[in-house]
Design a protein around this ligand. Structure first.
Ligand SMILES: C[S@@+](CC[C@H](N)C(=O)[O-])C[C@H]1O[C@@H](n2cnc3c(N)ncnc32)[C@H](O)[C@@H]1O
Length: 299
């Protein structure tokens, strides 16, 4: 994998290749999503005259200095990262989402949410964990700081909303391109006024899955732990792990928000199984398998 410079979070110029003239309306939809959500993305749009085989993808990746987006003939938007197309691919999670429950999903054991819960996934990424959280019937607000990722998520939500089996779940997701810390600060400021007016919004669970140093998923001595998949490899080009101070800020402000309700608010943090604790803070309880660990901070 290349050690490319990180893609900025402000004003990104992207090349968008689409492969069929009939997709012009889908390209318009993407432009509308960018405008509607005020994403700081400028698209340089090009109709690609031939099928984009792997060799061409690799060439494009190597020669372009801008991030490349591809709209395929099934209207799937993907990002070409090191010659590999990466996309949320939510349909591939169908089985997992349908059968998700506290027995099968460690995340749901840790989060203990119900269909009435209000959840914030503050580090949405490809949105896979958000889908598991929303499979319970809960409303999930997905925060993603990186505009390119936010566009991939919004385009996937739009595409999946056309599939009858997915419509209800899609309607429970709200995707926002924002840095979690600024969003939390705004929520806290709003709640000060809302408490005065007896109209405070309750957030039951905040889920954090921040980036982690690339070489830390496996134990260096035993080789145990998770291998980094293509989605995670791609994310490492977009986002850096937080500093210790940022970890503390994230955890503290998340805890402050879930403690505003009268209920059993909790912050759940995902880590590679062998990773140190977020902000060195001891959780109330942890759940783990051989790859990942969920640390629960209860209020
Ligand atoms: C490890 S990934 C999350 C993967 C995600 N749980 C999934 O299921 O696909 C972390 C993501 O959080 C985003 N992120 C990191 N810090 C953030 C912050 N402070 N605010 C919003 N998004 C953040 C990164 O851009 C990256 O996309």
């Amino acid at each position: 994998m290349t050690t490319a410079k990180k893609i900025p979070t402000a004003h990104i110029n992207c090349q968008l290749f689409y492969v069929s003239e009939v997709q012009a309306s889908q390209v318009e939809n993407l432009k509308m999503l960018i405008a509607e959500h005020a994403l700081p993305i400028i698209l340089d749009i090009e109709l690609f005259p031939e099928k984009l085989n792997q060799k061409r993808r690799q060439q494009l990746s190597e020669t372009s200095i801008q991030p490349i987006l591809l709209l395929d003939d099934k209207d799937r938007l993907s990002w070409l990262s090191d010659g590999l197309s990466v996309a949320p691919e939510w349909d591939k999670l169908q089985r997992r989402v349908v059968s998700a429950g506290r027995k099968s999903e460690l995340l749901l054991q840790a989060a203990k949410i119900t269909s009435d819960s209000t959840v914030i996934d503050a580090t949405a990424g490809f949105g896979h964990d958000s889908l598991i959280l929303a499979s319970t019937g809960a409303q999930v607000t997905m925060l993603e700081q990186q505009p390119l990722m936010a566009l991939l998520l919004l385009a996937e939500q739009q595409r999946m909303s056309t599939l009858p089996n997915w419509q209800k779940l899609m309607s429970r997701l709200q995707i926002i391109n924002v840095d979690a810390l600024s969003y939390f600060a705004k929520l806290q400021a709003e709640s000060v006024n809302a408490i005065k007016e007896n109209d405070a919004k309750v957030v039951d669970v905040i889920y954090l899955d921040p980036m982690f140093p690339e070489d830390s998923y496996q134990d260096s001595k035993t080789g145990k732990g998770a291998k980094v998949g293509k989605h995670m490899q791609a994310l490492h080009q977009l986002a850096s792990p937080p500093t210790l101070e940022e970890e503390s800020q994230l955890l503290q402000s998340a805890q402050a928000i879930v403690s505003q309700g009268a209920g059993q608010g909790r912050v759940v943090v995902k880590r590679p199984q062998l990773a140190p604790l977020l902000a060195n803070q001891q959780p109330s309880e942890s759940w783990h398998n051989e790859a990942v660990r969920f640390d629960g901070y209860f209020v």
